[in-house]
Write a protein that binds this ligand. Sequence first.
Ligand code: ADE
Length: 279
Amino acid sequence: MSYQSIFRPDLFAGQTIIVTGGGSGIGRATAHELASLGAHVVVSGRTLERLTAVRQEITGAGGEATAVVCNIREEEQVQALFERVLAERGAVHGLVNNAGGQFLSPAEGISKKGFTAVVETNLTGTFLMCREAYNHFMGEHGGVIVNMLMENWRGFPGMAHSAAARAGVENLTKTLAVEWARSGVRVNAIAPGLIESSGLDKYPEIVRQTLIPQVVQDIPFKRMGTESEVAAVITFLLSPAAAYISGETIKIDGASSLWRKTWEIEDHKNAPTPYNGFE
Ligand code: ADE
């Protein structure tokens, strides 16, 4: 199974790039694309079996990969990941902070524990990965980081925790881009809309069968995006073609952020009484 990238086959030759959440979905596709372009990909995540399967897929296609278990919520595990990669590879040229997770719930039903867990994974975990990448290697040698957001430009009803965390990551991306420019580190983010990815399997049947087809109708492109369409943007941002881009977010959403109706609001009379200063 060789990956058909549109980029130059030796684009990342000699580079080591970490992809978190690399065991499935967008992370897996990205790992495949980067390996097909000559990178040694460190596929990281929580489940060794999945990581090993992706490593085997990559090596079977003639690429190079290592599988390393790491829960990005655990500071010691993040530090251990970088220590191991530096010991084995001597460098970390790129980091794709793809790992994340959330669950659907109206905001009023999210417990403190659930909210905190999502923030710890999506925001704090991403921060820890960025910090350790910088302190272990990129601060001295430069490098490229791509963070994962989601298209939440109008809020994200049903995912208050993740939307808030991702908004935090967007701002973190801007801050790091400025703070670390002096070290030759670029930090960007991507914001996928609805992507036909294995990540969708986690949602209940009703969501997949009913809600998602409705949402697709509200996407100007009238289809979901593909994992490869996301991986290609990550690849571009990691590449020298993006050498003058930092602190930026690229949406990959079929223009859905510009036109959307994903949250039915029943007819009601509870809007605040109209204000008129002349009355
Ligand atoms: N994917 C989802 N949650 C994760 C976590 N906490 N660490 C690594 N990969 C993840």
